[in-house]
Design a protein around this ligand. Structure first.
Ligand code: IMP
Length: 219
């Protein structure tokens, strides 16, 4: 974990997080893993990526982010015996009726293309040709299960509003970031310093809420 966390972490979540011990992150997405590790640097969670433990990708067959996140968390917890943290996230574009949404990772694949950020971005730009309404938001839901059959998973969500631009800008971040303009910051998500993205993003908002839930557990 090379990047600092999002800010000073209050003591209660640290205590609650340490009580969890090692936590497996139910994702193989390098961008997500990097951001979660950077933001959780000081929170006391010892994160290990599921790939390091030989856990294969879970199926994500559901129409909602929360169902997919819960499925991924349970899958990783079941195969490792560890508490698991899952992130299900995506880009929701107003003019596309909320698409690509839960299908964000496979937007181009679903149209016969390849599963890559470049192909997804190309389809996004093509679908918005001639469209004046450029509103969009990123959505993230985080689910933490203490074990595979945890009846009370911790759940937190975040949204980050912006606009889709045709010409990519910036090389930080991942996924749709070069096309996601945040007017309030006068930059795309890919132009932002990672510390700034990790202070404002959908993932940052969800993580802050999750850490607050963890703190509540100690009271
Ligand atoms: P998931 O693995 O099914 O949750 O899919 C997440 C997909 O949403 C990623 O592959 C990206 O395409 C997109 N996505 C989620 N969060 C971000 C982000 O912070 N930046 C750019 N793209 C994102």
């Amino acid at each position: 974990m090379t990047e600092p966390a999002i800010g000073p972490t209050p003591i209660a979540p640290v205590v609650a997080a340490r009580s969890l011990g090692r936590v497996v992150v139910a994702s193989n997405n390098a961008g997500k893993l990097r951001e979660l590790a950077a933001m959780l640097g000081d929170a006391g969670l010892a994160l290990v990526a599921q790939g390091e433990l030989g856990v294969p990708e879970a199926e994500e067959p559901h129409p909602t982010f929360i169902e997919n996140a819960l499925t991924k968390a349970r899958h990783a917890a079941k195969l490792t015996g560890l508490p698991a943290l899952a992130d299900d996230s995506g880009l929701c574009v107003h003019a596309l009726g909320g698409a690509p949404g839960v299908h964000s990772a496979r937007f181009a694949l679903d149209a016969g293309g390849e599963k890559s950020d470049a192909a997804n971005n190309a389809r996004l730009v093509a679908e918005l040709q001639g469209e004046r309404d450029r509103r969009a938001y990123y959505y993230c839901v985080l689910v933490l299960v203490r074990h595979a059959n945890d009846p009370e998973p911790l759940v937190a969500e975040g949204r980050w509003h912006g606009e889709i631009i045709d010409a990519p800008r910036g090389s930080n971040g991942f996924g749709y970031d070069p096309h996601f303009l945040v007017p309030a910051l006068a930059a795309t998500a890919a132009e932002l310093d990672p510390l700034v993205k990790n202070a404002h993003s959908h993932r940052a908002l969800a993580l802050r809420a999750l850490v607050a839930r963890l703190a509540g557990e100690t009271q």
